[in-house]
Design a protein around this ligand. Structure first.
Ligand code: GLP
Length: 241
């Protein structure tokens, strides 16, 4: 895992946008949450993604009405896809058969030739997508019950924790690891412990993000605050590329 330390969230967004420009992904995997929003603003401002780029969701809540402002499909449409005229591919969380919908999403990703570059954030508990601690590294797209920590963390986007959906569909860890390149962004001290565990802790399902360590092409773009609990400085590169 290549670790690039940057000064602040704005620098993280700029650097992640540079990495995307450099790679010119045809299929771009997108995460939601507060972390990647500044990156999407930069991508829209630069307007350098090819018009035929397909964006694929990492995860999506189950149970929110179509068009709800916190549906990840809506967020990605608003922040990235609509301004750039890009196609969005997402799991069908409104299907009656959610397990079939998970299988169809795996097929859709495979039919696209797989994700070229996946943007990720990280949860305070080390989750990637909605793969909570304990998720098998062999998992593919599946339905998850969200932990109370995750629901509490995401309450700021809703009218309190009670309004946060209880379930979601997420790409599994094996699905995420199939992306050819992964760019994980972590900013702020709330992520410092999860980041240290990801880059230095044991590789284990207790720590979902540790599954990325043996991927061939992962770049962690982190600000200083997110790296404060790291103890080693091996394999790191300071400053912007
Ligand atoms: C969410 C998402 C993740 C995201 C994480 C961190 O629940 N499912 O994809 O990376 O939590 O979010 P934030 O960037 O808002 O801290």
């Amino acid at each position: 895992m290549q670790v690039i330390e940057v000064a602040d969230p704005a620098a993280a967004a700029d650097l992640a946008a540079d990495l995307i420009d450099e790679y010119s992904p045809r299929v771009l995997g997108v995460a939601t949450g507060a972390t990647p929003s500044p990156l999407y603003r930069v991508l829209v401002d630069r307007h350098r993604l090819a018009a035929d780029t397909t964006v694929c969701l990492l995860d999506e809540y189950i149970g929110l009405p179509v068009g709800h402002g916190q549906r990840y499909r809506q967020i990605i449409a608003r922040q990235l896809a609509t301004p750039l005229g890009l196609t969005v591919v997402a799991p069908d969380v409104d299907a009656l058969d959610l397990s079939a919908a998970c299988g169809s999403y795996e097929t859709a990703l495979a039919d696209l030739g797989g994700v070229d570059l996946q943007i990720l954030g990280i949860g305070r508990n080390g989750h990637i997508g909605f793969n909570e601690p304990g998720t098998s590294f062999d998992s593919v797209t599946h339905v998850v019950e969200l932990t109370s920590t995750t629901r509490a963390d995401n309450a700021r986007f809703f009218d309190g924790a009670a309004s946060v959906p209880r379930h979601a569909i997420t790409q599994g860890i094996a699905t995420i690891r199939r992306a050819k390149r992964i760019v994980l962004i972590a900013v702020g001290d709330a992520k410092a412990s999860a980041v240290a565990a990801m880059i230095e802790g044991s590789i284990s399902p207790a720590n979902p993000a540790s599954a990325l360590r043996d991927h061939a092409d992962v770049v962690l773009v982190a600000d200083r605050e997110a790296l404060t609990q790291r103890t080693t400085h091996r394999h790191t590169h300071s400053g912007a590329a």
